[in-house]
Design a protein around this ligand. Structure first.
Ligand code: GLN
Length: 270
């Protein structure tokens, strides 16, 4: 038996229970009732120590436990992918308004990372056909692991940069949560982001807009007439991204706020 009081000074009890649940392979609920009765081997205590010190160094719990809820599913996550954020769910939510449940449509997710957007949309629309691309080979491994873990059949995941991507077809919908943080601002992000999310998924170049400038041109060739685009953007990027896409002939049709009332997703029509 171990004395949890010492540990609970280093890490909130709620999180400690999650760690114990993982180590003992039991549910967090069972831990709640039985925590004081549990016995731990030396290895288990070492593992708990490791989890707690990682927590103390600001590693997100999702990355310590390799899982994160997004939309209706639990995704495997690790250091190779951006931790899925609740505000990104707006993209899935809006897709539900744009297409009927039984509709067949083709969609593309650019910079798919863990695959959270791609696979959530694919699960909501069994007759859709999704393509996810990512420059990072390691991210693609994670996305494919999630695809098979969630038993999603209607997507294909490619390890390719957006510049080299040559789609075989055009898309009714293109979605993306591209890197949009200004390079110089990355240093000021919280430790749990700066030290644990891949910078490739965050760094949007000098003005944070590199991805939108490149993608607006490329998407022209990839989108079907009257196709839709849903893009996540940074807190102050509404005007710039609107201008970039409108200069390429897209129309801004809607904007969506996140829970902090920040304009977070733009919807364009081709
Ligand atoms: N939303 C992330 C953050 O706040 C950034 C993700 C991105 O650049 N697409 O750190």
């Amino acid at each position: 038996m171990i004395n949890f009081e010492n540990y609970s000074r280093r890490c909130p009890m709620k999180i400690l229970r999650l760690f114990v649940a993982r180590i003992k392979s039991i549910s967090a609920n069972d831990v709640m009732f039985d925590m004081d009765k549990l016995r731990f081997s030396r290895e288990e205590i070492a593992r708990l120590e490791d989890f707690i010190s990682r927590y103390e160094s600001h590693e997100p719990v999702s990355k310590i436990l390799n899982k994160r809820e997004f939309w209706n599913s639990e995704f495997f996550v690790n250091a190779d992918v951006l931790d899925p954020r609740p505000e990104t769910e707006i993209i899935v939510e809006r897709t539900l308004k744009l297409f009927g449940k039984d509709q067949h449509f083709d969609f593309l997710d650019i910079g798919t990372g863990s695959g959270c957007i791609l696979l959530s949309i694919a699960k909501e629309f069994p007759k859709s056909c999704g393509v996810g691309i990512d420059l990072s080979e390691k991210a693609v491994i994670v996305a494919r692991k999630n695809k098979s873990g969630l038993n999603v059949k209607n997507v294909e995941i490619q390890n390719v940069s957006w510049n080299d991507f040559r789609p075989q077809k055009k898309f009714d919908l293109i979605v993306s949560n591209p890197p949009y943080i200004k390079t110089a601002d990355i240093l000021n992000l919280d430790d749990n982001v700066k030290n644990f999310d891949p910078h490739l998924a965050l760094d949007g170049g000098r003005d944070g807009l590199d991805a939108y400038k490149q993608l607006s041109g490329l998407m022209k060739n990839w989108i079907k007439p009257r196709g839709k685009i849903l893009l996540e953007i940074g807190f102050d990027q509404h005007d710039s991204v609107k201008n970039i896409f409108e200069s390429k002939g897209f129309f801004l049709e809607n904007t969506y706020l996140d829970l902090q009332q920040i304009c977070r997703v733009l919807e364009f029509a081709a």
